[in-house]
Ligand binder design. Structure first.
Ligand code: DX5
Ligand code: ZN
Length: 215
């Protein structure tokens, strides 16, 4: 499958949400990445299902909700009803991860597991039969615009080997720019979440094209 580019709306001008969503869609984005933060699991608060429902009305792109929240199980149906297509939950925040992944699938969405830079990859062994994608954090989650943590590259390579022939995509999130696109895709990342690396550009289309050139 070709590498997919997922702009993170956290970095857009939220006062012009509809324009920004439609601009990245027109610019060639493959997926829209939505960062959901609860102020508990991460030290920041963003938005929830009601905002996603409004975004859903404005775009055809698949919606990829990255849940940085505690008690994710309680909100899965709300996110499904709001029109999310993919959901990732953090392994650090889900005590019954296999049950959670199966519930995401039962609700008709793609199920992903997100993992923080400080969490051992061995914790993923138990989800390789249930996860459809794995989101490797390359920053500590909570904020956009942070610097890429270089050890994430080796983690992607190791995970790629661990996945073997299973049908699991690797998504990478945090500090991805045109400058490190080549390295992260060579390591095995197939979905690139990019916030400031796209929304800080004057011309989103040119920036997305430039990123694709690197792959
Ligand atoms: C961080 C979020 C990211 C963030 C990426 O907690 O999960 O999706 O928006 O932003 P950049 O690309 O600016 O690091
Ligand atoms: Zn994210």
């Amino acid at each position: 499958m070709p590498v997919q580019i997922a702009p993170s709306l956290l970095a857009c001008d939220l006062s012009r949400l509809q324009d920004e969503v439609q601009a990245v869609e027109k610019a060639g984005a493959d997926v829209l990445h939505l960062d959901i933060m609860d102020g508990h699991f991460v030290p920041n608060i963003t938005f929830g299902a009601p905002v996603i429902q409004k975004i859903r009305e404005k775009t055809q792109l698949p919606l990829d909700a990255h849940l940085m929240i505690e008690n994710a199980d309680r909100y899965l149906k709300d996110f499904a009803d709001a029109g999310c297509n993919w959901i990732s939950v953090h392994i650090e925040a889900c005590p019954h991860i296999n049950r959670t992944l199966n519930e995401i699938k039962r609700l008709g969405m793609r199920a992903g597991v997100a993992i923080n830079p400080g969490t051992s990859l061995a914790s993923l062994d138990a989800v390789l039969d249930d996860a459809e994608f794995i989101l490797v954090m390359s920053v500590n989650p909570g904020f956009g615009g942070q610097r890429f943590i270089p050890s994430a590259l080796e983690r992607v390579r190791t995970l790629r080997k661990k996945i073997g022939s299973k049908n699991i995509q690797i998504e990478i999130d945090g500090g991805i720019k045109r400058e490190n696109t080549k390295e992260v895709t060579a390591a095995g990342a197939e979905i690139l979440v990019i916030g400031t690396g796209i929304f800080a550009a004057d011309d989103y289309k040119k920036r997305i094209e430039a990123i694709r050139q690197e792959i």
